[in-house]
Design a protein around this ligand. Structure first.
Ligand SMILES: NC(=O)c1ccc[n+]([C@@H]2O[C@H](COP(=O)([O-])OP(=O)(O)OC[C@H]3O[C@@H](n4cnc5c(N)ncnc54)[C@H](OP(=O)(O)O)[C@@H]3O)[C@@H](O)[C@H]2O)c1
Length: 279
């Protein structure tokens, strides 16, 4: 496994395993299979309703806690200092651990400044090794970073070959925040796995479109956390450190960028209202 060093010195695996939309009853099985393959970083969230499944897998795996890197996220309904603080304690309990490696604010809505204070406090207390944000685009990211005592170590945003986040990346680089890609396959949208460019590039390396996409994101400086409930796909997605895309192939894939979300825009008022209604 390769690692990135976050802005506070913490080492994080460049490749992890995501469990969004994995039902609670399937989560432990999926995470245990991922761990057997070699994944050591797991990305969950309070809103996924499956932290307890991750915790069960952690316990059943027999791995030492230090061998694993656990990420979870505070949901909008837990925004604000007091609620965020209580939610961190609840996440620790569900994850069956006494520390979280990376704790993120899931969405930039509600009293997330209060949440961030609770996260800074947890970091000082040692129950969290690194803190950061998710879905904070340049306006909100810059404001929070200016306000925070501890700069965000990570910003987890939608990032795949069709949304390469070039603008956001320039700001994250300026403030030494690691970009983490969510939806590295855009959940299969836009006929992702049959994309002619990804497949043509892959042919030259004996790799699949999925592997080429992950490799492209890694070489672009992102941490990736692909999700699959199928073991053979988890294996496939793990085999991305034994080849390097040429400069020419990187440029070909860069040309796929539409610089637009395939999901929703966080600054669309209808989207903001939708998120607030889920708080
Ligand atoms: N912070 C946020 O707001 C946010 C939002 C979304 C996601 N995330 C995180 O990012 C992780 C990854 O994103 P995601 O789960 O939304 O989507 P994704 O990883 O882009 O795509 C997952 C989809 O691709 C399929 N798939 C996976 N590997 C494949 C392969 N090699 N060949 C063909 N199909 C494949 C999966 O199917 P099967 O499962 O059926 O194999 C699933 O339908 C999440 O699990 C979560 O941890 C965070």
């Amino acid at each position: 496994m390769e690692y990135v060093t976050l802005n506070n010195g913490v080492q994080m695996p460049k490749l992890g395993y995501g469990v969004y939309q994995t039902p609670l009853e399937e989560t432990a099985r999926c995470v245990l299979e991922a761990m057997e393959i070699g994944y050591r970083s797991i990305d969950t969230a309070q809103a996924y309703g499956n932290e307890a499944g991750v915790g069960r897998a952690l316990e059943e795996s027999g791995l030492h806690r230090e061998e694993l890197f656990l990420t979870t996220k505070i949901w909008i309904s837990n925004a604000g200092y007091e609620k965020a603080k209580a939610s961190i304690a609840a996440s620790l309990e569900k994850l069956r651990t006494n520390y979280i490696d990376l704790l993120l604010i899931h969405q930039p809505f509600g009293d997330y400044y209060g949440s961030y204070r609770a996260m800074e406090e947890a970091w000082r207390a040692g129950t969290v090794r690194a803190i950061g944000v998710s879905n904070f685009y340049p306006d909100r990211y810059l404001d929070l970073t200016h306000f925070a005592e501890i700069p965000p170590a990570v910003n987890q945003v939608e990032m795949h070959v069709f949304q390469q986040q070039k603008t956001a990346r320039t700001y994250l680089e300026q403030h030494n925040t690691q970009i983490m890609s969510w939806g590295p396959f855009a959940e299969g949208r836009n006929d992702y796995f049959r994309n002619p460019v990804l497949n043509a590039v892959g042919k030259a390396y004996g790799k699949t479109a999925a592997q080429v996409a992950l490799r492209f994101l890694l070489q672009s400086g992102a941490v990736v956390i692909p999700k699959s409930t199928h073991k053979e796909r988890m294996e496939e997605n793990f085999q991305v450190f034994d080849f390097t895309l040429s400069e020419e192939d990187m440029v070909r894939i860069e040309a796929l960028d539409k610089a637009k979300s395939l999901f929703f825009a966080h600054d669309d008022p209808a989207v903001v209202e939708w998120f607030l209604s889920r708080g």
